[in-house]
Design a protein around this ligand. Structure first.
Ligand code: C2E
Ligand code: MG
Ligand code: MG
Length: 406
């Protein structure tokens, strides 16, 4: 790849919404999009540069001797500007964008394989940070990447050995202090890394396509466990976008319910707004199927994403869970206070249940009580626990109830 004394830059590009476009317009539409994308790439670079398609929606550009006045960053920006103009597919106007990872030769490596690997890592970082942006590979990322690869290897092993367990965090009726249910949160007990929280490995499992197996295990375990609890307690189960994309999830839940004598309305599936937005049609089908089975649906981390309120009307949603960000700010920010109050009111008007997440102190709980928020959850009420039946929390959320009695 390297000719003596020359510098090259490799740009790896990923078309951000290709899968969605393919699903929406069929392969004919997908092909049209690719052709238009390729020609935009071609016109964004110089005659001497080389553009090629690597796989489905991945392209590469090799810039020779880029530098000086026309920097690599300028060219990456030019490509992204070219994508900012809407595409016309089957007489419809579509917004496209492209994520770009950049590695330079010789600084980032001297052989083709190493350079491509570095560009790929940079592309991964760009997509992770914000789609539609570009990123240069960063040698300092090495450590992070090594850790990620280690985690990934270990995660695969953990799946084979089922080294996971569930913890359960209660939800409490704000007025009554009574426990209304528990949310299942996955944990990974690793011999050297210790107890790994969901937030540290669920996103990785999602990216690596490992979430289906893990997710199915969570559903099975959570339902089996909840079937042994008193009948008034719900179990909330988080599902990932990838699980949610298949209609299969409703079947899995239905089969798990069938194996126990738990009533379906004791199960609440937690989804996020971004999952719904990723594919509204599919989301609507899955949610409708869940409703038919009798399972409830909660919108998790409400307010953090796009908060497209129309979904609250159009989709069968039974509960919103106000994101902990808002709750954590109610003491310091008037705006957040107003937001929480408005979200509680909105839920009430729409006859949707509401839970405030991440309650960490009494002031926050008192505020929620004053504005009529139905349920609350958070470290102040209880941290996630392992053993629900012997926790003393199946009737009331003990620490809070005790404080009130004192
Ligand atoms: P989430 O569903 O919004 O869960 C709440 C997260 O906030 C949990 O972290 C919980 O331990 C933490 N938390 C609860 N109360 C408080 C509080 O008062 N203060 C603070 N600072 N944090 C609090 P965790 O267990 O690390 O889970 C993170 C996310 O990972 C969850 O967010 C959920 O989206 C996902 N997740 C957890 N378990 C599963 C699972 O079994 N499957 C899938 N697909 N995702 C899961
Ligand atoms: Mg949740
Ligand atoms: Mg949440």
């Amino acid at each position: 790849m390297k000719r003596f004394g020359e510098t090259y830059s490799v740009l790896l590009l990923d078309l951000d919404r290709f899968k969605e476009i393919n699903d929406t317009f069929g392969h004919g539409g997908g092909d049209e999009f690719l052709i238009q994308a390729a020609s935009r790439l071609r016109i964004s670079v110089r005659e001497v540069d080389f553009v090629t398609r690597i796989s489905g929606d991945e392209f590469a550009i090799i810039l020779s001797c880029a530098g000086g006045s026309e920097t690599v960053a300028d060219i990456a920006e030019r490509v992204q500007r070219a994508f900012a103009i809407p595409f016309h597919i089957q007489e419809r106007s579509i917004q496209g964008s492209v994520s770009i990872g950049i590695a330079m030769l010789p600084n980032d490596g001297v052989d083709a394989e190493a350079i491509l690997q570095r560009a790929d890592e940079a592309l991964y970082a760009a997509k992770r940070e914000q789609r539609g942006t570009y990123r240069f590979c960063d040698i300092r990322d090495d450590e992070k990447i090594a850790y990620r690869n280690l985690l990934l290897r270990e995660l695969k092993r953990a799946i084979a050995h089922e080294s996971f367990h569930l913890e359960f965090q209660p939800t409490m009726g704000v007025d009554s202090g009574l426990t209304t249910g528990f949310e299942a949160l996955i944990r990974w007990q690793h011999p050297e890394l210790g107890l790994v929280n969901a937030s540290d490995f669920v996103p990785l499992a999602e990216e690596a396509g490992l979430i289906h197996e893990i997710g199915e295990w969570v559903i099975r375990k959570a339902i089996d466990e909840a079937a042994t609890w008193p009948d008034h307690l719900r179990v909330a189960i988080n599902v990932s976008a990838a699980q949610f994309r298949t209609l299969e999830i409703a079947g899995i839940i239905e089969r798990c319910i069938g194996k126990t004598d738990i009533s379906a309305d004791r199960i609440e599936i937690e989804v996020t707004e971004s999952m719904i937005l990723a594919d509204i049609e599919r989301a609507s089908d899955v949610l409708t199927k869940l409703r038919q089975i009798g399972v409830r649906v909660a919108l998790d981390d409400f307010g953090k994403g796009y908060s497209s309120l129309v979904h609250l009307i159009r989709l069968p949603i039974d509960r919103i869970k106000i994101d902990q960000f808002f709750v954590s700010q109610v003491e310091t920010s008037e705006e957040c206070k107003k937001m929480v109050r408005a979200m509680v009111r909105l839920a009430r008007e729409l006859r949707i249940d509401v839970t405030a997440e991440g309650v960490e102190n009494e002031t926050q709980l008192n505020f929620l009580k004053a504005i009529g928020c139905g349920e609350a959850q958070g470290f102040f009420i209880s941290r996630p626990i392992k053993d629900v039946r012997n926790s003393g929390l199946t009737t009331s959320c003990f620490p809070v109830a005790r404080q009130r009695a004192a």
